[in-house]
Design a protein around this ligand. Sequence first.
Ligand SMILES: Cc1cc2nc3c(=O)[nH]c(=O)nc-3n(C[C@H](O)[C@H](O)[C@H](O)COP(=O)(O)OP(=O)(O)OC[C@H]3O[C@@H](n4cnc5c(N)ncnc54)[C@H](O)[C@@H]3O)c2cc1C
Length: 404
Amino acid sequence: MNTEAQRCLLCKKPKCALQGCPVHTPVPECMLLYRQGKLDEAGEMLLSNNPLTAITSQVCDWKQFCYGHCVLNVKQVPVRWYEIEQEISTAYLFKYKLQRRSAELAGKRVALVGAGPVGIAAAVWLYEAGADVTLIDANERIGGVLRYGIPAFRLDKKYCDAYETMFAEAGIAFRGGVEVGKDITLAQLQADYDAVLIGAGAEKPATLHIPGEEKAVQALPFLKNPQAFNLGKKVIVIGGGNVAMDACRTAIRQGCETWVYYRKTFENMPANPLEVDQAKADGVQFKLFQAPVEVKEGGVVFRDCENVVPEGGGRVVTRIIDGTDHFVACDTLLTAISEKPDFGMFAGTSAQMNEWGWPATSEAGRVQGLSNVWVAGDFILGPKTVVEAVASAREAVKNIMETL
Ligand SMILES: Cc1cc2nc3c(=O)[nH]c(=O)nc-3n(C[C@H](O)[C@H](O)[C@H](O)COP(=O)(O)OP(=O)(O)OC[C@H]3O[C@@H](n4cnc5c(N)ncnc54)[C@H](O)[C@@H]3O)c2cc1C
């Protein structure tokens, strides 16, 4: 990677970091350290800025973020910073030991609900600032979507294991298998801790609102434990996001003939284009302009769609074409159309909810109406990305530190 590092122009105002990266990774500074062979210093800089640097450098859609903003994009090929970041941060993560860097929050107790990217990043920062940290998760192990959603062929679980080891060695308490709102109330946590940060993700599946929908398998439970499902021979996946791509690529690895049916074009798919290409390379087949209208025993009824420009111009809209219903046989229909957060844990609390039923918060994610509760990540942003979850956790943690 040294030749690649030499290509970096070390911009004074690096667009890759300032505009392209939600956590503003200090790219030129780290690049310089890398060139000088100061790998631990570079690792330290990366990990203190973003405790999940070894993971985001693998799962980020870099064309949208750092790579896509590299100044060399204009006339040459951008620098593959994410590969350099991965090299530095992976080596550093596996030898990293948490340490108390300040006593700023000494004696303060903080509960983190959700041990995904938000919980992991916040645990690192708050522990290092001296707080007594407890992580609570409905799942038995640490990682959130990183462990229970993104398949191992894309992200090795050794990365989640590294945080588990790091936290256990530091004495960070982990209460696995505890669902807040069911096994313990939010009010109880508020009473027991000085601050509560909720990073409970977005796991509630959106529905298609079509007859027979209950026959479909939801993609998230499938991805959590693929071996528990017998999908049969032919699988249809509905959706065009990252979850749909992970579901189809997992299904095809189980030996299924796998199709993705999507309402619009490849360009409209919210999934990382690289993942779509990888799904194609795996042998997944795609059928575009198809909307499901009914799930039946042994298959799905689809209706054709088309993109039309409204009269008088404006944004292209996708229209369903009446009279085009056709039955497509399959053994399993996997749905991956979107997810939303579950705000059930706020029931019975004085949290203020906005007109859409979401918690009203300050910019830093402090929940209005509750004295010591913050929210971050997919739980308040809706389904986004790992790096955006870390960025929002950082804002919440800063505000918690100022408040405490
Ligand atoms: C299949 C899939 C693939 C993805 N691929 C990518 C990708 O390639 N790149 C990318 O950047 N992003 C990707 N994403 C998005 C990314 O994983 C999320 O944006 C990120 O994990 C959000 O982090 P989080 O900490 O907010 O929530 P999560 O990772 O969802 O973690 C939330 C945690 O909270 C716990 N929890 C929920 N409710 C409760 C409760 N009541 N009590 C206790 N614990 C609770 C859950 O068990 C979970 O462990 C993907 C998402 C999915 C689902």
